[in-house]
Design a protein around this ligand. Structure first.
Ligand code: UDP
Length: 367
């Protein structure tokens, strides 16, 4: 007897929603569930006093892939926001990512030749490191000691809750390093924020599809599994397998938000606090993502902490210990032909939004 649905999609975040949309277009019957009271996963935005608030941390869409850019814009128009965060360290502001403005602010150097010479001097004592083993070594090799001390070490160690010596080098390679006066954080060609917030994108993706929120897969697993031929699981892979090989570690975040009776608090969407003694990593002023002109403003301080049972998992901790555990889960997953694991949590990967969409589209094609 055929089941009611072709796919049960666990998680109404970006991966689950793109998958559901595309599978439905191909005539498949999808049922999307989410344990939260709303759709959208971590890109969910909520309108507060006319400001679209990124409830689970700032999300800035960027990609080099025109197909993906056109895809998201076919559901909601994106604005021309460019991420140009500032770093605050001991009473001074520095531009990010590391560029000629930052070098000028750090050392007073005015030309690329002067800046390169200064950085050479800063890196001189780390030149012998040919293959950086961890984030600290990678950062020192890239930019030398001042940048590391003022703009990287404190932020990184707060963010990951461990010494930069125990964090993989690739994480810092996410950050551009350039010798032009260009504060655009991302190198990608396309960048922006959906006009009206990300929730619109998810709503459009899920239009006409059966969705149930406030439904935790693990509370009704047996009944839910009977509803569909296949499962697309976007939650934590270790939880799916009842933690049989141990728990994967994540970093979680705690947000403290305030609605302020002023129209502009910090003049920028993102300000990073790179001193370890300041307990939060950044302050987000949400209205600036959409060039808001409201009378009030809404700000959020972001405090990272270790994930435990009832927290939201945000960042996978990609160290060796966790990779080792992940490998076991991935091997086991291969035996589950009717379950597909996708997205940041199920794949335990530090994905950006464009990666998630690309992967979901590829998977639908493959199926
Ligand atoms: N980072 C840093 N200083 C900053 C911003 C970022 O050292 O002011 C490092 C830090 O190690 C962080 C990594 O760069 O984990 C990636 O930062 P990104 O802004 O890409 O993180 P996300 O936006 O995903 O939280």
């Amino acid at each position: 007897m055929s089941k009611k649905y072709d796919y049960l999609i666990v998680g109404a975040g970006l991966y689950g929603s793109v998958f559901a949309h595309e599978a439905t277009k191909k005539g498949k019957r999808c049922f999307v569930i989410d344990k939260r009271s709303h759709i959208g996963g971590n890109i969910y935005t909520e309108n507060i006093e006319g400001i679209n608030v990124h409830k689970y941390g700032a999300h800035i869409f960027h990609t080099n892939n025109k197909e993906i850019w056109d895809y998201v814009n076919s559901f909601v128009e994106f604005n021309h926001f460019r991420n140009s965060p500032l770093a605050y360290y001991k009473g001074k502001l520095y531009n990010l990512p590391f560029n000629m403005n930052t070098f000028y602010q750090l050392w007073g150097v005015k030309t690329p030749i002067e800046a390169k010479a200064k950085i050479e001097e800063q890196r001189a004592m780390f030149k012998h490191i040919k293959f950086p083993k961890n984030l600290e070594e990678q950062a020192l090799v890239l930019g030398g000691k001042d940048i590391y001390k003022k703009l990287i070490k404190g932020y990184t160690e707060k963010q990951w809750g461990r010494s930069a010596k125990n964090i993989p080098a690739f994480i810092i390679r996410r950050l551009p390093f350039r010798f032009t006066f260009d504060n655009n954080y991302f190198n990608d060609i396309y960048q922006g924020i959906p006009k009206g917030g990300y929730t619109i994108l998810i709503k459009k993706l899920l239009e006409g599809i059966d969705v149930k929120t406030n439904l935790n897969f693990f509370d009704e697993r047996n009944n839910l599994e009977k509803l569909a031929d296949k499962i697309v699981f976007t939650g934590k892979i270790d939880e799916f397998f009842d933690y049989r090989f141990g728990k994967l570690e994540y970093r979680s975040l705690h947000f403290e938000s305030e609605l302020l009776d002023i129209d502009n608090y910090q003049g920028n969407a993102v300000v990073n606090y790179t001193d370890k003694r300041v307990p939060y990593t950044r302050i987000i002023e949400h209205k600036h993502f959409e060039f808001g002109t409201q009378d009030k403003t809404y700000i959020t301080k972001e405090y990272p902490h270790e994930f435990s049972k009832d927290d939201e998992p945000y960042y996978p901790v990609n160290d060796e210990k966790n990779q080792h555990i992940l490998k076991k889960y991935n091997e086991l997953a291969k035996q589950y032909n009717n379950v597909h694991f996708g997205g940041r949590l199920a794949e335990y990967k530090y994905y950006d939004m464009h990666n998630v969409i690309e992967n979901a589209l590829k998977t639908v094609k493959y199926f």
